[in-house]
Design a protein around this ligand. Structure first.
Ligand code: PMP
Length: 396
């Protein structure tokens, strides 16, 4: 059967592959602890659920406008002003079926054949694959644990060529947990000011899961604002991964371009979710902060547990709900049965021996590390890390 060549240009998300392998083992009766997935394990806050139930009863059951209902786009503007002190109007907002679609819209609207997209490593698995779908060229800039997994202005400047079209990054970062502060963003902004043809896609989906202070958006630098696409959504901060709503804030020209793409793919996202989004975006954030408080507690615990394991180098994440330790000291070691040569081997070894799922760092462009989520309860985190410790002690 001859399928399209597009399929050969990109890969299936490694995060979903690991979750699938974990589920398969579980189906065989194995007690697998899932530290691979990127979603809050909390229930959606009740005031948001009630808004959705009301929307069903009020018969919000028809097709929705392609860029989203006006009240949702207004709610996004209200949120951007309230939380980020950014001024946008509803013609600059496009609501999509998850931040993943927002990213796809932005990349497809901006990137042409052979144009370069600079992505600091480690990055969320989907970024590079979306660039390949758009026939762009991924330019990875490697950061390290020593630099807090943040790109420096010098590294950025050195990566820019006449073909550079987009700079794409997340802060807080999945998977490293790096959070750029205002000064760091300003230093990057100074570089972009010298290169007026480069667009910036700023993925801020982990905005509320921040352990170091107020969230800073690169869109605060007025001279750059026209060239920035902010990506955000409900999945992480409101525990609404299955509801599927993301949004962008950008110039009206880019918004129109993204609307055109979305108009021929999915159209407007779910009417019920949109109505609930108005409540989520403009409502009380107490439930969100409670979740972040619980993530803080788990982060502390997981760091204590990891510290007890010789050979794992782990820095403290400033945001999101993952640790991203360097496990390269185990490369070349064996339990007498399998040899661990890279991050994929490490993840598979931990899955098969400790029955804990994780995601190999290579999928995020960082071959020395592996991502472990702490979006799981403390009991599972403790059980999981005890098993990992035992499994690693066997590697000689
Ligand atoms: N960006 C990052 C950095 C993410 O981690 C995720 C989800 N794992 C997304 C975007 C996509 O989120 P959504 O569920 O809104 O599609």
């Amino acid at each position: 059967m001859q399928l399209s060549s597009l399929l050969e240009r990109f890969s299936e998300p490694e995060t979903l592959k690991m979750a699938k392998l974990g589920r398969e083992l579980r189906a065989q009766g194995v007690d697998v602890i899932d530290l691979s997935l990127g979603e809050p394990d909390f229930d959606t806050p009740s005031h948001i659920k009630e808004a959705a139930i009301k929307a069903i009863n009020d018969n919000w059951s028809h097709y929705t406008p392609v860029p989203g209902f006006l009240d949702v786009r207004e709610a996004a503007c209200t949120k951007l002003k309230r939380d980020n002190n950014l001024d946008y109007n509803p013609t600059e907002i496009v609501v999509s079926t998850g931040a993943k679609q927002s990213l796809a819209n932005a990349i497809l609207a901006l990137v042409d054949d052979g144009e370069e997209v600079i992505i600091p490593t480690p990055y969320w698995v989907t970024y590079s694959e979306l660039v390949k779908i758009a026939r762009g060229k991924v330019v990875e800039v490697r950061t390290s644990q020593a630099s807090g997994f943040k790109i420096t202005p010098q590294q950025l400047e050195a990566a820019i060529t006449p073909k550079t079209k987009v700079f794409l990054f997340s802060s807080p970062c999945n998977p490293s947990g790096a959070v750029y502060n205002k000064e760091e963003l300003k230093a990057l902004a100074e570089v972009f000011k010298k290169h007026p043809n480069i667009f910036i896609i700023s993925d801020e989906i982990y905005e509320f899961i921040n352990y170091v202070g107020a969230h800073e958006s690169i869109a605060q630098f007025e001279e750059l604002k026209e060239r920035i696409v902010i990506v955000n959504g409900l999945s992480k901060g409101f525990a609404m991964t299955g509801w599927r709503l993301g949004y962008t804030a950008s110039s009206a020209i880019i918004a129109k371009a993204m609307e055109k793409i979305q108009g021929q793919t999915t159209s407007g996202t779910c009417s019920i979710t949109q109505k609930a989004a108005v409540t989520a975006l403009t409502g009380d954030l107490a439930a969100t902060w409670d979740m972040t408080k619980e993530f803080t507690r788990r982060k502390k615990r997981v760091l204590e547990l990891v510290k007890e394991i010789p050979g794992i180098e782990c820095s403290e994440p400033d945001g999101a709900f993952y640790i991203f330790p360097d496990v390269s000291s185990f490369y070349g070691k064996s339990d007498g049965n399998v040899v661990v040569n890279n991050s994929a081997d490490f993840s598979m070894y931990i899955l098969n021996t400790a029955h804990v799922s994780s995601v190999m760092g290579a999928a995020f462009g960082e071959p020395d590390c592996v991502r472990f989520s702490f979006a799981n309860n403390i009991e599972n985190i403790e059980r999981g890390w005890a098993r990992i410790k035992d499994a690693l002690a066997k590697l000689k």
